[in-house]
Structure formats: C-alpha cells, structure tokens
Design a protein. Structure first.
Length: 208
C-alpha cells in the first residue's frame, strides 16, 4: 500500500514544529542565561521533548547558535530587494540590515552577544563561514544596484558588502564585551548598529 500523503505531511509538520520549538527555546534560554549557562537538557525541557529527541535534530547546543542565520539573511535579501532603486547602495544595505534587528532579537543568534566560553573556536568558525557566504551573495545583490558603466563596479560592490558585514560583526563583538562589563550598560542592537553605520559613513567621507 502506498504511503498516505496526508500522514507523511503531518509527520513533516510535527518535525518542523519540534525543530522550531527547540530553536525558540534555545533563543529564549541563551538570552536569559547566556550560552554557557544553558544546557541541552534545559533546551529539551523547554520544548517538552527528551534529550534523545533533541539529538535527532541537532548534534550539540553549539549547532543551535546559527541555525536560523539562513532565514535571517534571507530576510535581509528580501528587504534589500524592496529598497528604492535610486537609494545609495551603501544606505540600502544598511537599511536592510537594520530591518533585521527585530528578527535577530528573536533568534538564537542572540547568544553571540553573550559570553560563549568554551565554544569560542567552534562558534567563530561557523560564524565566519556564515558571514562569508552571505557576503558573497550580498555582493551580487549590491552589484545589481550600481548603475551600468560605473568604473570598477564589481570591486565597489564587494567593498560595500564587506564593510557592511564587518560592521555587523563589530556590533556583535562590542555588545558581547559590554555585556561582560558591569561598568557599561547594555545598548540595544539597533542603536549600536545605527552608531556603527554612522561611523563608517564618516570614515568614508573623511577619506574621500
């Protein structure tokens, strides 16, 4: 007897729901207790599943640090696509990234603004890979926004994409350091991002 399509679809929806609950639980726990203060057991319990079930979806809690980065980057791409055609490419990229602050706040990427002691090497490697892959895609998107005939348009697109992603990484590092310092009150990511973008534009103006 052939498999029931409805039954197969229900299983897939349940799997996706469990995966989503694990991601959301990890995001909430990482934000509340930090990466080091959260265990696999905590995440599984939050999603009301066993640790054995957890490991059917993720090989470690480190794997949950960047599980939704693809969705987040797709959000940035979608936002960039609807920016005004006559907007400066750098401004368009910055505004698209700013639009991702809210999704970022609800994702497990928030763990990157907390101490991740014991997982720095692994996390750094995964983060570099994710950002590098997105920087390549972002470069192509920026290139489409640069007017035809612009000298060295490919280089210009690469510089804009690289500068934007470097700025995001700088914000993540700064927020993590500030959270670790009792002397500095945490600053909302959107504020830091606006400040950082402003600084980058000032540097560009001064160099021109």
């Amino acid at each position: 007897m052939p498999p029931d399509p409805d039954e197969s679809g229900l299983r897939e929806r349940k799997k996706e729901q469990t995966r989503r609950l694990l991601r959301e639980g990890a995001a909430a726990l990482f934000a509340a207790h930090g990466f080091a203060g959260t265990t696999v057991a905590d995440i599984a319990a939050h999603a009301n599943v066993s640790e054995r079930t957890f490991f059917r979806y993720f090989d470690s809690k480190e794997a949950l640090l960047l599980p939704d980065s693809a969705d987040l980057f797709r959000h940035v791409e979608s936002e960039l696509a609807v920016r005004p055609a006559d907007e400066e490419p750098l401004d368009a990229v910055f505004n698209a990234l700013l639009s991702a602050v809210a999704p970022f706040a609800a994702s497990s990427l928030t763990a990157l603004t907390h101490s991740i002691e014991g997982a720095e090497v692994l996390v750094a490697a995964r983060l570099v890979q994710a950002f590098t892959e997105f920087e390549d895609r972002l470069t192509l998107l920026v290139l489409r926004r640069i007017p035809d005939g612009t000298p060295d348009a490919d280089l210009r697109a690469a510089v804009i994409a690289g500068a934007a992603m470097s700025t995001v990484r700088a914000v993540l590092r700064t927020q993590r350091r500030r959270r670790q310092s009792d002397a500095v009150a945490p600053t909302p990511p959107s504020h830091l991002l606006l400040q950082a973008f402003g600084m980058l534009k000032q540097i560009g103006t001064a160099a021109s």
